[in-house]
Write a protein that binds this ligand. Structure first.
Ligand SMILES: *[C@@H]1O[C@H](CO)[C@@H](O)[C@H](O)[C@H]1NC(C)=O
Ligand SMILES: *[C@@H]1O[C@H](CO)[C@@H](O)[C@H](O)[C@H]1NC(C)=O
Length: 478
């Protein structure tokens, strides 16, 4: 309690002034300053998460499933760049709880998932494998010894599980290939093929290929890139633009040209892994340089500071879109570790963007979204925090000169299981009563889809969380 009234009034006034203008301090050349800003932002972001608390669902954020994967990926990168392991146990618990049958297709969510949703969790697991993130549930070793339980799946195997369950969904019934955006025919977006789904899977395949040297992944990475380049999703003919969507009805000749940061990040990042994997492949260097050129021109026009031009000026960004700048930040930053000639151009822009993000963040509040504004834009969301956290973590890059995603040769220890996500891995107690042979039968598939549709309907109407397991993801359903 302060001694007299005027002093209290004064302190309230000081607090208000500070509250109004109190952007985060950030000295971009000072490691501790960046760490401190990142730590505050991580804490703000995690104030929206309660999955680690008793009675809550680990890995689940309110009204969204995919954002959990994005959040954990961001936290793994945060740990890698800053060394702060505050959230590691929550990440391990949340990721393992949501792993489904080691494929990040958990039954609670699998009826409404997009391929890109599942893919993001796969990228999170891949990130954990490459950065040497601790494996298993927190305290896994003790736990395993006592209960003689099967070991928790490795991060790498979970990324493989996503790959293994997505590849059968590669769809040649239209456009000569490509992944559809959504998994199920009853979902709006099933007839769309979009950039993040294909670019993200391209990146996942490239990363699996670089880590394991398994030709299957490398082949698929090439194939997804090359297929994308036959559509407006990736104009590799010198234009180097990425359309957000194209549609099956028009044999992928139409294009939804919304420009989003993360689409560019997905393809650039994947190309950097391919460049490294191929010891300097010209194709990949051309892709990186071409797409970076467009990225700078589109998203970094003002003060070299990143802007989500598709929604910021029109003030229409939704919670998904608020995260995209964070993905571009981290993927560009990892690109510099494998495509070293990009480092100056990228880091200049990461640093400017981090300074802009700091202007949008407040010590005690969440961050706003418009990094190229001088003052706080008045918004504050968990997702903007995530983007800010990602760009702060990325700004640590100059203090870790030897940084690079690892492979087993350079110290990675996450074990491979090329069959992950396929049947032998999963709990017989929860065995669904549909076998893979049945899956092959087209007539059964039809019945299955009708049932699914009904389940989906019941679920929507009655909100029944305990709905039965839907179709196994390993079932192809062209
Ligand atoms: C699925 O929902 C149940 C009931 O709410 C919950 O106990 C369980 O943890 C959830 N599982 C996942 C993977 O979210
Ligand atoms: C390579 O990956 C594919 C696809 O996951 C798998 O079927 C195959 O067994 C793997 N090969 C090796 C040598 O691990």
């Amino acid at each position: 309690m302060l001694p007299c009234k005027w002093l209290r009034t004064l302190s309230v006034m000081i607090f208000m002034v500070k509250g109004a203008t109190g952007a985060l301090d950030l000295d971009i050349n000072d490691r501790d300053s960046i760490r401190a800003a990142a730590k505050i932002t991580a804490k703000n972001m995690m104030s929206y998460y309660d999955g680690h608390e008793p009675g809550q669902i680990p890995g689940k954020l309110r009204d969204t499933w995919w954002e959990g994967g994005a959040m954990f990926m961001t936290l793994i990168q945060y740990w890698y760049w800053t060394g702060d392991d505050t959230y590691n146990d929550m990440v391990r618990q949340g990721m393992l709880h949501q792993r489904g049958r080691n494929d990040f297709f958990p039954r609670n969510s699998s009826t409404y998932l997009g391929n890109d949703d599942q893919m993001f969790w796969g990228l999170a697991a891949m990130t954990a494998a490459e950065l040497g993130f601790p494996e298993g549930y927190p305290g896994a070793n003790e736990h395993n010894e006592k209960k003689k339980k099967k070991k928790d799946p490795s991060w790498l195997s979970l990324a493989q599980g996503v790959f293994n369950t997505q590849m059968p969904r590669w769809d040649e019934s239209a456009c000569g290939g490509g992944m559809r955006w959504q998994v199920w025919p009853y979902q709006g977006g099933y007839t769309t093929k979009n950039a993040i789904t294909n670019g993200g899977l391209f990146q996942l395949a490239a990363r699996l290929g670089r880590y394991t040297k398994n030709e299957t992944y490398i082949h698929w990475a090439e194939k997804i890139w090359d297929w994308s380049a036959t559509t407006p999703l990736l104009r590799a003919d010198g234009k180097w633009t990425i359309a957000d969507t194209t549609s099956v009805e028009n044999e992928c000749r139409d294009h939804g040209d919304q420009q989003w940061t993360y689409n560019y990040g997905a393809y650039i990042g994947g190309a950097a892994y391919m460049y490294d994997l191929t010891n300097g492949g010209k194709k990949w260097r051309a892709g990186i340089d071409g797409l970076l050129g467009t990225t700078w021109g589109e998203f970094f026009k003002v003060d070299n500071t990143m802007s989500e031009i598709g929604c910021e000026r029109s003030v229409t960004c939704d919670r998904n879109e608020d995260m995209f700048k964070g993905f571009l930040s981290s993927w560009l930053t990892f690109t510099t570790t494998m495509a070293p000639w990009t480092v100056d151009a990228v880091m200049l822009r990461i640093q400017q963007s981090a300074l802009g993000a700091a202007r949008q963040c407040h010590d005690d509040k969440s961050c706003g979204r418009r990094w190229n504004k001088d003052a706080w834009d008045g918004t504050s969301t968990m997702e903007s925090d995530m983007s800010a956290l990602s760009v702060f973590s990325s700004a640590m890059r100059p203090f870790k000169p030897g940084a690079q995603p690892m492979t087993p040769k350079t110290g990675a220890f996450s074990a491979s299981n090329p069959n992950a996500g396929m049947d032998e891995d999963f709990d017989p107690e929860k065995q669904r009563n549909i076998t893979d042979r049945d899956c092959a039968s087209a007539s059964l598939l039809t019945v299955l889809f009708v049932l699914l549709w009904i389940w989906g309907f019941i679920w929507t109407v009655f909100g029944n969380e305990q709905m039965p397991q839907c179709s196994p993801p390993s079932c192809p359903y062209a």
